[in-house]
Write a protein that binds this ligand. Structure first.
Ligand code: KIV
Length: 263
C-alpha cells in the first residue's frame, strides 16, 4: 500500500516529522522505497543534478514524465510528488494538461512554484482532482527574477506577503506547502498556522517535514547548499546514509537551527 496525502496529514496531526527525498531514476527510487522515507519528489532539480544545467529552467514536461515513469516503476510504497516544470503554469489549460500528464505517469501530488498570482491556478488544479503542493520562498524557476538562489521573506513586508500567500493557497485547495530558503522564524510561524502539512528545505526544524536533494545527502554534490547535510560522511552505505537522514529528521536533529537554517 502506498503512502498517500492521508499519511502526511496523520504525521502532522501526530507531530511525527515527514521525510522526503528527491529521486530521478528507478535505482535510487528502489533504494528509497526500501527505506522508510515517506515521500519521493521527482523534482525539476533533475535539470541541475542529472542534466548538468545551472538552473531548472531547461526542464520540460517530457523530461519530467520520463523521469517520473522511471521512479514509479521502482516504487510500491512511497508517495510520489512531481514538479510542474518552468512555464507549466503559463495558463490554466497548460497547467491542467501538464499536471494531468504527471498524474497519469504516477504522481500523487503536483508541486507548483508559487510566487504571487497562483491562487486561481491552484484552485483549478485542485478542483480538477490534481492534488497540489504549493512551493513558496525561494522558487528556483524564478531564479533570474530573484537575482540568484537567495533567501526569501527576510524583510517584514515580504514575510507578511508570504504568510498571506500561504493562507490563500491553502484556502484555494493546496493540500501541502513547501518552504524553501525562508527565515526559520517565518517558516515556523507558517508551519504552525497551516492546516496542511508544511515541508521545509532551508526553513525550520519545526516544519512538519523535511526534504533534501538525494545527491546532497549522499555526498555527490560538489558544492552543496548551506541547508543540506552530507549523511554519507558518517555512513558505510547509501542505505545507511538515507536511514541516517530519516532518523535525524524524525528526531528533529536535522536541520540544526542556525547551521542549516537562516535568520
Ligand atoms: O526540484 C526540487 O528538487 C525541489 C526541492 C529542492 C524542494 O523543488
Amino acid at each position: 500500500m502506498r503512502n498517500t496525502i492521508r499519511t502526511l496529514e496523520k504525521h502532522k496531526q501526530e507531530g511525527r516529522p515527514i521525510t522526503c527525498l528527491t529521486a530521478y531514476d528507478a535505482s535510487f527510487a528502489r533504494l528509497l522505497d526500501a527505506s522508510d522515507i515517506d515521500v519521493i519528489l521527482v523534482g525539476d532539480s533533475l535539470g541541475m543534478v542529472v542534466q548538468g544545467h545551472e538552473t531548472t529552467l531547461p526542464v520540460t514536461i517530457e523530461h519530467m514524465v520520463y523521469h517520473l515513469e522511471a521512479v514509479f516503476r521502482g516504487t510500491r510504497r512511497v508517495m510520489l510528488m512531481a514538479d510542474l516544470p518552468f512555464l507549466g503554469d503559463r495558463d490554466v489549460l497548460t497547467a491542467l494538461e501538464q499536471g494531468g500528464a504527471l498524474m497519469r505517469a504516477g504522481a500523487q501530488m503536483v508541486k507548483v512554484e508559487c510566487n504571487g498570482g497562483h491562487t486561481e491556478l491552484v484552485r483549478r488544479l485542485a478542483g480538477s482532482g490534481i492534488p497540489v503542493c504549493a512551493h513558496l520562498g525561494l522558487t528556483p524557476q524564478a531564479v533570474h527574477r530573484l537575482g540568484g538562489f537567495r533567501v526569501q521573506g527576510r524583510e517584514a513586508a515580504a514575510a507578511e506577503r508570504m504568510q498571506a500567500e500561504a493562507r490563500a493557497l491553502e484556502a484555494a485547495g493546496a493540500q501541502c506547502l513547501l518552504l524553501e530558503s525562508v527565515p526559520e522564524v517565518l517558516a515556523t510561524r507558517i508551519s504552525h498556522s497551516a492546516g496542511v502539512p508544511v515541508i521545509g528545505i532551508g526553513a525550520s526544524p519545526d516544519c512538519d517535514g523535511q526534504i533534501l536533494v538525494l545527491q546532497d545527502v549522499i555526498g555527490l554534490t560538489p558544492k552543496p547548499p548551506r541547508f543540506a547535510r552530507d549523511f554519507m560522511a558518517d555512513a558505510d552505505s547509501l542505505a545507511g546514509a538515507v536511514a541516517a537522514f530519516a532518523e535525524a529528521v524524525r528526531s528533529r536533529a536535522f536541520p540544526e537551527s542556525g547551521v542549516h537554517t537562516f535568520g
